[in-house]
Design a protein around this ligand. Structure first.
Ligand code: CP3
Length: 353
């Protein structure tokens, strides 16, 4: 039996990534579409920790498919976490419900660096296995592989957990650039290995999440972050799949994030997509950017804002509809379903108008 491989001719998502605006479909998926907003996810996860669930190909396959079945989105996102490859590389960490990643012993000095060891693909066989199963099940719907970018991963390792101001991370960055660059070089190797493993097993696109990099100035981004993110994107670029590069609050970083090696730039809700397109010189496909906090507003408001995102996205050479960040845990799945249906039913007319 031959497995259909997603191609830009068959997949609206891949067409948009390749900077083609299709006449008949605006593609849509949601960051964090798999997970806590779905009752079927909560049922599967009873009694199993987040990190344990990520090491079980049967669960990863089921959880990744849940939102695809339910919503009819145009792409699946691999169910895992940005911390999974760090754990596999031997960093002692946990994901605490309601808090996020927590690191047993934070990385703050040159002597701590030994605890961030290289990752090899044979340390993540469950990732390869789950991707293979998913690609076989998904048929023409592409699977998006992902990884955390070095800055966002470093922020957890240095702070020891989630942070509001990244003060320790920034202090390390500017006071010990040697330690910083060594750490980010190690993290780039780990992320690249995680991404390449997913693509070699069949993922049709990748997203590099630099969720927290919007806290940096453009100058510090260029000096301390861009080279490391570029090395991750370069490693996977050789494999020929589209690369999405995303962060929150990155209106001032769009150009250097694109220049790091993106095909698609993920944009949050703070800047309209036509303005993002202008800042990028009309050269990149865009992904985004409905404000996730608005999903709790009355439907007519959500519908108007959804239409406005599609209209602004029409300026770009390609547009993948998404939220500006992940699906909030308390989101009513019925609202996401209405957003998907609106994008599919009205999207191409709005874009042509
Ligand atoms: O649907 C999907 O997007 C696929 C799976 C996915 C998860 N995490 C599953 C998850 C993806 C792509 C991620 C990426 C991730 N993880 C990011 C980048 C994306 C972003 O939102 O900016 C970051 C920063 C993390 C680190 C992390 N992991 C956080 C902040 C949390 C939330 C902690 C909490 O409970 O509030 C996690 C845990 C996590 N990752 C959950 C899921 C479904 C929730 C854990 C659970 O259900 O028990």
């Amino acid at each position: 039996m031959s497995v259909p491989v997603p191609s830009p001719d068959l997949s609206p998502f891949l067409a948009a990534c390749a900077r083609r605006q299709l006449d008949d479909r605006v593609p849509v998926w949601f960051m964090r579409q798999a997970g806590r907003s779905l009752p079927e996810y909560k049922r599967v996860r009873v009694g199993i920790s987040m990190l344990d669930s990520c090491a079980r190909p049967d669960l990863v396959t089921e959880i990744t498919l849940q939102p695809v079945r339910r919503y009819g989105v145009d792409a699946a996102i691999f169910y895992s976490d940005i911390m999974v490859p760090l754990k596999a590389a031997g960093v002692d960490l946990d994901i605490v419900p309601g808090t996020g990643p927590v690191i047993a012993e934070p990385i703050r000095t040159a002597s701590d660096l030994d605890r961030v060891r290289p990752l090899s693909a044979d340390q993540i066989p469950y990732v390869t296995e789950a991707v293979r199963r998913l690609v076989a099940e998904l048929g023409e719907t592409p699977l998006i592989g992902f990884a955390g970018a070095p800055f966002t991963l470093a922020s957890y390792l240095v702070e020891g957990g989630p942070s509001k101001d990244y003060a320790r991370t920034k202090a390390l960055m500017v006071s010990r650039p040697d330690v910083w660059h060594d750490l980010c070089g190690r993290l780039a190797q780990i992320s690249a290995t995680f991404l390449v493993a997913q693509v070699e097993a069949g993922a049709g696109a990748v997203q590099l999440f630099d969720s927290w990099v919007g806290s940096l100035s453009a100058a510090d981004y260029a000096t301390f972050v861009q080279p490391h993110s570029a090395s991750v994107l370069e490693a996977v670029g050789r494999l020929g799949v589209p690369r999405i590069h995303f962060g929150v609050g990155t209106g001032e970083l769009l150009r250097p994030m694109a220049a790091a090696g993106a095909d698609v730039v993920g944009v949050d809700w703070r800047i309209p997509l036509d303005e993002a397109d202008r800042r990028l010189g009309h050269r990149y496909a865009l992904q985004g950017n409905l404000d996730p906090a608005l999903l709790g507003a009355p439907w007519p408001v959500v519908a108007e804002r959804t239409r406005a995102v599609i209209a602004a996205g029409a300026a770009a050479p390609g547009h993948v509809f998404n939220l500006g960040h992940g699906v909030p845990p308390d989101t009513d799945p019925a609202v996401l379903q209405r957003v998907v249906d609106l994008v599919h039913e009205e999207g191409s007319d709005i874009r042509r108008a």
